[in-house]
Design a binder for this molecule. Structure first.
Ligand code: FEO
Length: 139
């Protein structure tokens, strides 16, 4: 069962970032499907590891993008990414130690991250948001 679907409210206005967010969403749903189907071991861990790798890549790509547009809150956003990766790593280690057994708290964490982070802090680098908040130039 899909636990989170893509909606226009997650559109940050940057196609590469939207594509990557959708990829993360798909992996999260795949992981949830495997968990719900009673799968454990390698079948679950390979999806978990793919989600971890995709997250690392996404954060790096997003930081490059933010730098390219001189996003003013890049430093804070990077710190938040680091914190999320740390939390993801802690969950991932525990899931590996249990051979793919996943608790509901991990899915709650993923859902909150993907929803709240994208709709909140990611949305702040969207071109439309930056255009609204840019200092006005006077002639
Ligand atoms: Fe799309 Fe800041 O993660």
């Amino acid at each position: 069962m899909t636990i989170m679907t893509w909606t226009p409210s997650l559109d940050v206005g940057v196609s590469k970032m939207n594509d990557e967010h959708q990829g993360l969403l798909k992996l999260m749903n795949d992981l949830h499907d495997a968990h719900q189907a009673g799968k454990r071991g390698f079948e679950v861990l390979k999806i978990l590891d793919a989600l971890g790798a995709a997250t690392v890549k996404h954060f790096a790509d997003e930081e490059v993008y933010m730098e390219s547009v001189n996003y003013p809150k890049l430093k804070t956003h990077k710190l938040i990414h680091q914190d999320l990766l740390k939390k993801f790593g802690t969950f991932s280690e525990a899931i590996h130690a249990k051979n793919g057994e996943i608790g509901d708290d991990f899915f709650t964490f993923l859902k909150l991250w993907l929803s709240a982070h994208i709709k909140g802090i990611d949305m702040e680098y969207s071109p439309s948001h930056l255009a609204q908040t840019a200092p006005k130039k006077f002639a």
